[in-house]
Write a protein that binds this ligand. Structure first.
Ligand SMILES: [Zn+2]
Length: 737
């Protein structure tokens, strides 16, 4: 630290010696009368009154204390026009010294660097004195926010950031130039504005609503921009910056801070956003500074907005921390003292080391209660927080959209929206659907339909987690069993259209077919598995096919052999080919023929097919055109449940906070040392909000972490978040204060 102890005055030695002789002789009329104090010999010229160089104390000049000087001045006066040479006594390293030669600096404004004045400063002067000198010399309006740059003789420029620094500490020396710039009305600085904007004055003309200002995406920087927008709209913090209160509180020495650079860069963004002169602001300098201090934000990849916000709040806090020397504070145990007392002590201790606009605005206090599972020792601590990172309740329910296909051939598949337990089984889906359709769950089969085929037919005890939201799930109503004793066969039915020409060359019956329409699942008594019976059954069930009256005129000619080849038999006889060919020939006049197929709907049966029988009904293109209305058959209707808005997407903030404050047991990796048991214990821990800040930041954790997984939670509806915001006030009221 350099403090001016007092000051001395430079007096030319000859005059001084003469005065000394005069005084010693005591002869008031002697010729040794010194006359007016005259320092002429010390000056290079009598225009600038610059001191000659290399003058030596006690040879060329004497130093007299201020008191003596004033007496001398009163008695003898001074030669007209000469300035008194008042010099400070400065505490230079190791010795006290009178600064005979002050630092001589050139001062100018950035807007007119031709107009330079020269001014002298003591090494003990603060940079602030330079600001005063420039403002006075160039009539800068008071209160203007300014930045100083020092230019050395090699014309390199450096910011003089800390105006509380001394001339000596800032390494300012004679011959250097200090340039001052004042902030533009649009929040930018003249020296950092792109050249092109200097010439276009129109850029200044936009007058929008201050604060309503976009931030340019610099490539994946929406995480940064969203955090900046949130903070920019936090009134107390933005006012603090707009009123330039931060200038007085910049902490250049905090080792935990960023030498005030983050705070300055943030201030620049805010001042520009709130100038009302920009549609949008390019936060490039800010991003560079952030990347400089936190390299994880350097590139242009996507980051977590909360991570940046947390870094920024911390950086701003340390850059603006009013505490310059953090003292060590030993924490006292609660020792059964009342909560209020312990909490106040914790808050006081926190403020003794952390005192900034960020603490004023955003910091609150948690109460954390740990209970030892063995000795039941209760430990209460109060810890400061800057934001709440609350979990989102994991929904235990799931909304599924499924198509219900009733037995009624004229009813179109109806799309239903059902709510099922997330961990439920297929039977739960059937039960939920049963409530809407009044069809017993036992009369339903659930299948995943893909490309006119069954991708999978589910068993009732299969887990619903096998079903993805994007799957097309069809639930089929099965016919009521009239004779309980008779065995029922679940028949999967595909619709195929024969291509126009048959591939005779291959010698097989695998004529080209194309699947179309929705497949069907039917429950058929084993006794009704003859071709004829099936043909009639299918006719009845086919939606959009010709009315029954017409069908009956085209009886199906079925042979005993056909019966052998019942589609529902899992393993058909090996000699099926000739029979099938004959069947096809005989059936030329029927609407369609029936083929046993595999699950893919092709005639070749692969090995390893399950017990599930699949049949296809093959339509002749002509017949299909005549009797089957494909457009009608593909249609579906929406059940009323589809109109009901999905309710569970709304999450109340209160729920999140309740989850956050739920009692939890510490994990193995992070036990608590119980002072009574003298060992680590898996204590139960409960967090409570003890005191809330003026502005509470709530971070909704979109990821739920368990030991091994990171599950992204769906936030499907922005409506849910909106509700959160409107809940804020009530949440605040319900907390302690
Ligand atoms: Zn214990």
């Amino acid at each position: 630290m350099m403090l001016p102890v007092c000051c001395r005055y430079v007096v030319e030695r000859r005059w001084y010696e003469q005065w000394k002789g005069f005084v010693e002789t005591g002869d008031q009329n002697s010729s040794s009368f010194p006359g007016q104090i005259d320092n002429t010999e010390l000056f290079e010229d009598l225009d600038s009154y610059h001191l000659k160089e290399r003058l030596v104390e006690n040879e060329d000049f004497m130093l007299v204390p201020a008191e003596a000087w004033h007496k001398l001045l009163t008695w003898y006066g001074m030669v007209d026009g000469q300035p008194p040479l008042e010099r400070k006594v400065v505490d230079l390293p190791s010795t006290l010294k009178v600064e005979v030669y002050p630092v001589e600096i050139f001062l100018c404004l950035h807007s007119n660097m031709e107009n330079v004045i020269t001014s002298q400063f003591s090494r003990a002067d603060n940079i602030r004195e330079l600001v005063f000198a420039i403002c006075e010399a160039f009539s800068v309006p008071p209160g203007s926010e300014c930045r100083l740059w020092m230019k050395s003789s090699d014309s390199s420029c450096e910011r003089l950031r800390n105006i509380h620094m001394s001339v000596l500490d800032a390494c300012l020396s004679s011959g250097m130039t200090v340039i001052m710039e004042t902030r533009n009305a649009d929040g930018t600085w003249p020296s950092s504005r792109p050249q092109i904007m200097n010439s276009v004055e129109d850029q200044d003309s936009y007058r929008g609503q201050p604060g309503v200002c976009g931030l340019t995406n610099l490539g994946n920087t929406c995480f940064m921009n969203s955090a900046l927008q949130c903070l920019s709209n936090t009134a107390p913090l933005t006012e603090y910056f707009l009123q330039s209160s931060y200038l007085e509180e910049l902490n250049f020495t905090n080792p935990l801070g960023m030498k005030g650079e983050i705070a300055e860069a943030y201030a620049d963004v805010i001042k520009q956003m709130w100038s009302g002169r920009h549609y949008s602001v390019v936060p490039r300098v800010f991003k560079t500074k952030v990347g400089h201090f936190a390299s994880q934000f350097l590139g242009y990849q996507q980051h977590d907005s909360q991570e940046l916000l947390s870094f920024l709040l911390d950086g701003l806090h340390e850059d603006l921390n009013r505490v310059k020397n953090k003292e060590y504070i030993e924490l006292r145990d609660a020792d059964g003292r009342p909560d209020q007392e312990v909490a106040e002590e914790a808050w006081r201790n926190h403020r003794r080391r952390n005192d900034s606009v960020i603490v004023d605005t955003f910091h609150g206090l948690f109460k954390s209660t740990l209970v030892c599972p063995e000795c039941h020792k209760v430990s209460v601590t109060f810890d400061p927080f800057c934001y709440l990172s609350v979990p989102l309740p994991v929904s235990k329910e799931r909304v599924m959209e499924v198509f219900f296909v009733s037995l009624d051939p004229y009813a179109k598949p109806a799309q239903h929206r059902v709510v099922v337990p997330k961990a439920g089984k297929v039977s739960d889906l059937c039960s939920a659907l049963s409530e809407m359709t009044s069809i017993p769950p036992t009369q339903m089969v659930v299948a995943d339909v893909f490309n006119h085929r069954f991708y999978k037919i589910y068993n009732t005890d299969e887990s619903l987690s096998c079903i993805l939201d994007r799957d097309d799930i069809f639930v089929y109503e099965l016919s009521v069993l009239e004779e309980q004793q008779e065995e029922q066969v679940l028949l999967a039915l595909y619709l195929r259209e024969r291509s126009h020409y048959r591939d005779y060359g291959s010698g097989s019956s695998s004529y080209g077919t194309t699947l179309f329409g929705h497949p069907l699942l039917l429950s058929v008594p084993r006794s009704s598995c003859s071709r004829e019976a099936l043909y009639n059954l299918f006719l009845q069930r086919l939606p959009g096919s010709a009315p029954p009256a017409e069908q009956s005129q085209q009886p199906c000619d079925t042979t005993e052999e056909d019966k052998q080849e019942e589609a529902c038999s899992p393993s058909p006889p090996a000699n099926e080919q000739p029979a099938k060919r004959r069947t096809c020939r005989k059936r030329r006049k029927s609407l369609f023929t029936i083929q046993a197929v595999n699950s893919n709907g092709t005639t070749e049966r692969g090995s390893g097919e399950g017990a599930q029988p699949y049949v296809a009904i093959d339509w002749d293109p002509e017949m299909k055109k005549r009797f089957y209305n494909e457009n009608e058959a593909e249609k579906y209707v929406k059940h009323a449940s589809m109109e009901v808005p999905q309710q569970q997407t709304t999450v109340q903030l209160q729920e999140c906070i309740e989850l956050f404050t739920t009692v939890e047991t510490l994990e193995e990796e992070n036990p608590w040392y119980c002072p009574v048991c003298k060992k680590h214990q898996l204590a139960t821990k409960k967090l409570d909000l003890w005191s809330l800040p003026e502005v509470l930041i709530i971070h909704l954790k979109r990821f739920s972490y368990t030991k091994f997984t990171r599950e992204k939670l769906d936030i499907s509806s922005p409506r849910g978040l909106k509700t959160c915001c409107s809940d804020l006030k009530s949440a605040r009221l319900q907390a302690n204060w």
